[in-house]
Design a protein around this ligand. Structure first.
Ligand SMILES: *Cc1c(COP(=O)(O)O)cnc(C)c1O
Length: 368
């Protein structure tokens, strides 16, 4: 197979070529200014991204993991507390809970949407529960209304893990503004809004949460050498802010392109033995990943690979079965929907610049 003919899962270089002039100018502007740490690019990005999410504040950080961590601290999550989340996610969601010396309490997913099943949350709430972290997995919003209702009833905080869902809509509102506490975004390069390195942000409409996150990301600093609290270095890199400002202007157009690709795949694959993604009513996902299910996943994956087509598994091991969480002593079978998904899911190539001929080759390879 000629390398020219291979189809990657994501192609960051083809996207860069479409915006090279704007990106190169933005990078040059930061280098010329020598303002590499904090500064006006960060402030401008924060204002622009908060407005995009329909929230009051954005705090630029070094990663999505940092955003989850600071959101949990701002909610007062402390050692011995419990935080409810899904086992079918990237490990950072649970890691941030563990960083606070709190315990992740897993709740199984709805097999239709792969997001936390709101109907199972109440049974997991105890007197130690402090917060719930729903993940908008693959770019599809979690069902926030019942989650927010439960949180209100039991006085819990809700933190959206929006790392995969920049721009996704839930009942007419953008993710990032759907909970009272905060949302965490990642700008890891492959995300829908991706930097050229690590970056993340906490988005909130609560001024105290924003202020706490600002203080903690920068050594607890009030002034240059006055430190009110012990903090961290979790600042967003200024070069990344300048890059993200350029890319934010293209986000809606890229998300729209992904919606069209998803519709094309679904239209042609729904008559096959594969299970295509289902979309919650009154939501508009942004397709960070296009994930199908199939009984003989590993054979299909091999078939694609032989045709030069990359695919992925997001994620192959549910968090409760990860070696890192062995101490929770959760047996196989604890979360059957998550475990069954991990065995049968496959992510197909998905990026805004994916061409029709490439999609046709993916579809053709699957259907032969
Ligand atoms: C990417 C991701 C994170 C972590 O983001 P980083 O910027 O890599 O730290 C957290 N949660 C989910 C669901 C993610 O996909």
């Amino acid at each position: 197979m000629d390398k020219m003919d291979s189809i990657p899962l994501v192609d960051l270089n083809v996207q860069y070529k479409t915006i090279k002039g704007e990106i190169d100018d933005a990078i040059q502007r930061v280098i010329d200014s020598s303002a590499f740490i904090m500064g006006p690019e960060i402030e401008a990005f924060e204002i622009e991204f908060a407005a995009y999410c329909g929230a009051q504040y954005c705090v630029g950080l070094n990663s999505g993991t940092d955003a989850l961590h600071l959101a949990l601290i701002a909610c007062g999550v402390s050692p011995g507390d419990e935080v409810i989340t899904t086992p079918h996610t990237f490990i950072a969601t649970a890691e941030a809970i563990t960083m606070c010396e709190a315990t992740p309490v897993f709740v199984d997913i709805d097999p239709e949407t792969y997001n936390i099943d709101p109907g199972l949350i109440e049974g997991a709430i105890t007197s130690r529960t402090k917060a719930i972290i729903p993940v908008h997995l693959y770019g599809q919003p979690a069902d926030m209304d019942p989650i927010n209702e439960l949180a209100k009833k039991y006085k819990l905080h809700v933190i959206e893990d929006a790392a995969q869902a920049h721009g996704a809509m839930y009942k007419g509102r953008r993710v990032g503004g759907l909970s009272e506490a905060a949302a965490a975004f990642s700008f890891y390069p492959g995300k829908n809004l991706g930097a050229y390195g690590d970056a993340g942000a906490l988005v909130t409409s609560d001024s105290e949460t924003a202020e706490k996150a600002r203080l903690l990301r920068n050594h607890g600093r009030e002034e240059k050498y006055t430190h009110r609290v012990i903090g961290y270095n979790k600042r967003m890199d200024t070069l990344q802010a300048a890059i993200l400002r350029v890319k934010l202007q293209h986000l809606d157009e890229w998300n729209e392109a992904k919606r069209e690709i998803a519709a094309y795949y679904t239209d042609r694959l729904s008559s096959t033995a594969l299970i295509t993604p289902s979309v919650l009513p009154d939501t508009s996902p942004v397709w960070h990943l296009y994930v199908v299910r199939c009984n003989d996943r590993d054979t299909l994956r091999k078939q694609l690979q032989e045709a030069g087509i990359s695919s992925g598994i997001h994620y192959p091991i549910p968090l409760h079965l990860q070696p890192a969480y062995a101490h929770l002593e959760l047996e196989p079978g604890s979360f059957p929907q998550s475990e069954s998904a991990a065995q049968s899911i496959l992510s197909l190539p998905m990026y805004p610049e994916l061409k029709k001929v490439q999609m046709d080759r993916v579809i053709g390879t699957i259907t032969t």
